[in-house]
Design a protein around this ligand. Structure first.
Ligand code: GLC
Length: 811
């Protein structure tokens, strides 16, 4: 089916007036019927309202929700018909009113928060409008080019392999039909739970047009009213990330492709020799034998076990790329077993679907079939068991190169029309309804395989990197933003793109550092690393034929910058672990737009070129060639510049110096940064949990008012799901005479005792403090005049349940 250019298409007509209504599903659903369609309304226990205009196949609810294993609780409803309007009441504060011509208003505690009208259809397509207030901004929509606010364009959600993308590119690798509407008066959100091609028309100033090529117009409405609540409500419906293994938060190096195993070994050695931290090297498609997945090239990767062992000795893991295309080759065992188990995609007439990708002509697993997912999981498990750490799922839109020009009659036409998927023995669904979710099904199968293999080994936290995805992908995979280019514009675009992915419930994100196509200038490479280490996912990657793109490839000065910033990332691992755990519990992004923390600040909604890592670390990358300063917007409050020691005040713009080795960073008053020890790989941290030395060594605190809970765990097992973790809560307060830090550590009996004494660094104090006391007793401290830093160590390790009161008396 071709995408609509005219939206909604001209022949679209109204679904008509309500002719009858009915309450069913144990009083939990109201259905209104017109002469052409029916629309049902349900209300969830969390105040989420679910509207569904029934139309065609409901693939999201029938196939995706069971896959994500999400069960939702619906409230009993009370329906009051009155003068052509129905009022539906549920729970303490939700009311939905419906007029005879299907104008739907959702009210929270009596205040209207959604108004939806203009329900229309044309052929299989369905459409409606959500009323916007003039100042409201549109965020989310997944992986889109352009600025943070998505107003002004029509967006399509259809997973697409694009190369390269530009500001006018619409459909990208990910299809995430979810949006957050926000301004200083509040936030609300919406998920269009439809797996076909969907549309978000953001061109009008007073309504958001929604539509789908086929399938129901199924809308989950999230009332907020805060942004944090919207993300919590949305991730209740599509799931939150499990904790990744700690090594996946480390720095990662890739290229298309390291030619042989010797070179991979050399790369790892170079990192070690040059003292640049690294956790992962990626193997791109050339490690395979003729691009046959789950094989090794016998001439270039003769002894993978030896490679894995060699790298393991240096604290480096291997992640291998696996594409869905399976070479159409009767001598290839994976092909043969797939044919034997009948797991490949086909046309409705039974003919196998074939198209060209890297290996030449290929067949493709039909991941919708439970039997195909089991088959795939077994292949993954067997492949990774010798020690592959994770899987990189690429080309899973699925991307196709098309027919073989030499054999156009060989069935090699990359034509989606007539393609079907088999959900189970009795149910077939068209590819149109599955296309956007292909990568999600594949990720679920890959996850299962990694999990099986991990349970056999030590792991238990699968790691997948996926290019394509649909809501729910966050439950299985990290996502990178595909084939960007080594352009300043793409460094700049990575910020709003990843921020909007985070606002779409996908928090583990990052771009190819340095850019994929083309080669960066040394300056661009340096600036990209400086920014890239603060993204949730940090990996260098580049295309075949481009210049080397390792941290040392651009001379000694740039290498020194890379070393310094990659090392900062490792010192910040305890912060990253804390933020991932918060995301796992609440759905919060890890990398956040300024308005996440400062929702009342109208200017913050326009800031596309800065972000916050967590609550208080503001990152303002340099995004222009030749720039050695930039304007940085600081929201309300005091901000500490770690480079100069200056304290600046917001709200307002400040011109900030940024020589090549320096990215503007600011720490908000009241921030706690948990700082880990210096390591070159997370492997060096492996024994820390059992020895009671896990998490931060030092807490770096900026005077002010704030709260922080430092989180740590073993970094590798699933025990955290049984609450086997450590939480150290800190409440910071500061007035003219004293800074107070109240520390409350908590963990259960299964958690090892802390064996180290943490250090505290608190700043800035222009004068030396009068004294520092812990639970009333003075402790020795030091003060540095240049930075105003007060340091002291705790007299004994933290103990669960034992609160500590730290007081710094100052003038
Ligand atoms: C795709 C991927 C890229 C990879 C290449 C070869 O273009 O997006 O990351 O290097 O395929 O596998």
């Amino acid at each position: 089916m071709k995408p609509m250019t005219d939206f909604p298409p001209r022949p679209a007509v109204s679904v008509g007036h309500i002719e009858q209504f009915q309450v069913d599903d144990n009083n939990r659903r109201v259905t209104f019927t017109t002469n052409s369609h029916s629309l049902s309304i349900r209300i969830l226990s969390t105040g989420i309202v679910h509207l569904q205009l029934h139309n065609g196949e409901d693939i999201f609810h029938d196939l995706i929700r069971p896959l994500l294993e999400i069960s939702l609780q619906y409230l009993p409803l009370e329906v009051k018909p009155e003068n052509d309007t129905w009022s539906i009441l549920a729970g303490p504060d939700t009311t939905v009113t419906v007029t005879r011509n299907l104008e739907i208003t959702v009210l929270r505690t009596g205040t209207p928060c959604f108004y939806i009208s203009h329900w229309m259809y044309a052929g299989t397509g369905v459409f409606c409008r959500l009323h916007l207030t003039p100042k409201e901004r549109i965020f989310g929509l997944g992986e889109k080019t352009g600025a943070l606010d998505k107003r002004g364009k029509l967006y399509t959600q259809w997973t697409t392999d694009v190369h390269p993308h530009t500001p006018s590119t619409d459909a990208m690798y990910q299809a995430l039909p979810v949006t957050v509407l926000a301004d200083p008066t509040g936030s609300r959100g919406l998920f269009l739970a439809n797996t076909y091609r969907t549309y978000f028309d953001c061109r009008s100033s007073n309504f958001l047009g929604l539509g789908a090529d086929d399938g129901p117009l199924s809308l989950y409405l999230f009332p907020g009213p805060t942004l944090k609540q919207v993300l919590y409500q949305y991730t209740d419906v599509t799931g939150r990330i499990p904790l990744p293994p700690r090594w996946a938060l480390g720095f990662q190096q890739s290229r298309y492709s390291y030619p042989d195993q010797k070179r991979v070994g050399q790369i790892a050695e170079e990192f070690r020799k040059r003292k640049i931290p690294l956790d992962v090297i990626y193997l791109d498609i050339d490690y395979m034998d003729g691009y046959r997945i789950f094989t090794w090239n016998p001439n270039t990767f003769q002894n993978p076990a030896h490679l894995i062992e060699n790298l393991d000795g240096q604290g480096v893991r291997i992640v291998t790329i696996i594409d869905p295309g399976i070479k159409d080759d009767t001598s290839f065992p994976v092909y043969r077993s797939g044919i034997a188990e009948d797991v490949f995609m086909r046309y409705a007439n039974g003919e196998a679907f074939r198209s060209h990708v890297w290996p030449g002509q290929c067949v493709f697993p039909d991941f919708v079939r439970p039997s195909a997912r089991k088959w795939w999981a077994r292949l993954v498990a067997d492949f990774v068991r010798p020690g592959i750490a994770g899987i990189w799922n690429d080309m899973n839109e699925p991307a196709l190169f098309g027919a073989d020009p030499k054999n156009p009659t060989l069935g090699g036409f990359a034509n989606d029309a007539g393609l079907i998927h088999v959900a189970d023995d009795s149910r077939m669904v068209s590819h149109d309804g599955i296309h956007n979710t292909y990568a999600l099904f594949q990720a679920a199968a890959t996850y299962e395989g990694l999990f099986q293999a991990g349970v056999d080994n030590d792991g238990g936290r699968p790691f997948i990197l996926s290019r394509s995805g649909f809501p729910g992908i966050q439950k299985y995979a990290a996502v990178w933003t595909g084939d960007n280019s080594s352009w300043w514009e793409h460094l700049a675009m990575a910020i709003p793109m990843c921020l909007n992915l985070g606002l779409s419930g996908v928090p583990f994100v990052g771009p190819d550092i340095g850019g994929f196509f083309d080669s960066p200038t040394p300056e661009l490479f340096a600036r990209w690393i400086e920014a890239g280490v603060f993204f949730p996912f940090a990996r260098i990657h580049s295309d075949k034929g481009t210049l080397d793109q390792e941290p040392w490839s651009y001379g000694r000065d740039i290498e020194a910058i890379a070393r310094r910033y990659i090392s900062y990332r490792y010192r910040l691992l305890p912060l990253l672990e804390t933020l991932f755990e918060e995301s796992h519990r609440t759905g919060s992004p890890i990398m956040r737009p300024l308005f996440w923390e400062f929702p009342d600040d109208a200017v913050a909604y326009d800031i596309s070129d800065e972000f916050l890592l967590g609550r208080g670390l503001l990152v303002a990358p340099i995004l222009q060639s030749g720039a050695d300063q930039r304007l940085v917007y600081l929201p309300q409050g005091a901000w500490y510049d770690p480079w100069t020691g200056n304290v600046m005040r917001g709200p307002g713009h400040h011109l900030v110096p940024a020589p090549l080795h320096q990215i503007p960073l600011f720490l908000r008053a009241g921030t706690v940064l948990p700082i880990g020890r210096k390591v070159f790989s997370t492997k060096q941290l492996q024994g820390d949990w059992k020895a009671g030395r896990d998490g931060a060594d030092m807490f770096w605190i900026i005077r002010g008012h704030g709260k922080f809970v430092a989180y740590s765990d073993d970094g590798s097992s699933q025990d955290y799901s049984q609450d086997v973790c450590r939480r150290i809560e800190m409440a910071i307060d500061d007035d003219n005479h004293q800074t107070s830090i109240v520390v409350t550590p908590t963990w259960n009996k299964k958690v090892p005792n802390v064996t180290k004494s943490h250090r505290f660094c608190v700043m800035p104090y222009p004068e030396p403090p009068i004294n520092v006391r812990i639970n009333g007793s003075p402790v020795p401290w030091r003060w540095k005049a240049r930075t105003g830093l007060v340091t002291f160590a705790l007299p004994h390790p933290f103990q669960s349940g034992q609160r500590m009161d730290i007081l710094i008396e100052h003038t």
